[in-house]
Design a protein around this ligand. Structure first.
Ligand code: CO
Length: 136
């Protein structure tokens, strides 16, 4: 498996409207897109720093996993996403072969048309880890 860069960090926030001004007015970044990902029950706001994005995640309902995360641990970094060069499905097969527990057995479609899959934080020292690649 070849990882090329940190594609994004996912940050759980209670409210995009409250969080965006910090990133724009204090850090000087520009929110370039807001997208709702209905099957993950989140609204996302995107910022870019070099090749890496920040993805703010706001729950759209109490059943959202992001709502559960904020309830349990408060707002903060939710996951780290690596860009893989040679296919998410290949990478999943490889890490599973090395005994890593998977959340997603197969890639699914995430925000911005990426193919994504999550590894279980129990197998990754507590860091919810996403592998992603631009969808084809
Ligand atoms: Co993500």
């Amino acid at each position: 498996m070849e990882l090329t860069h940190i594609e994004h960090l996912g940050i759980a926030v209670k409210s995009l409207e409250e969080a965006i001004p910090y990133y724009e007015n204090v850090l000087g970044l520009k929110c370039y897109a807001i997208e709702e990902v209905t099957d993950q029950k989140v609204r996302t706001a995107f910022f870019k720093i070099g090749q890496t994005k920040l993805e703010l995640l706001e729950p759209t309902c109490p059943e959202s996993t992001i709502a559960g995360f904020i309830e349990k641990r408060g707002e903060g970094i939710h996951h780290m996403a690596f860009a893989v060069a040679d296919g998410v499905a290949n990478a999943l097969a490889e890490v599973e072969g090395k005994g890593i527990r998977l959340i997603d057995k197969a890639p699914r479609r995430g925000a911005e048309g990426l193919d994504i899959a999550f590894l279980h934080p129990k197998s990754t020292q507590g860091v919810l880890t996403e592998l992603c690649e631009k969808g084809k």
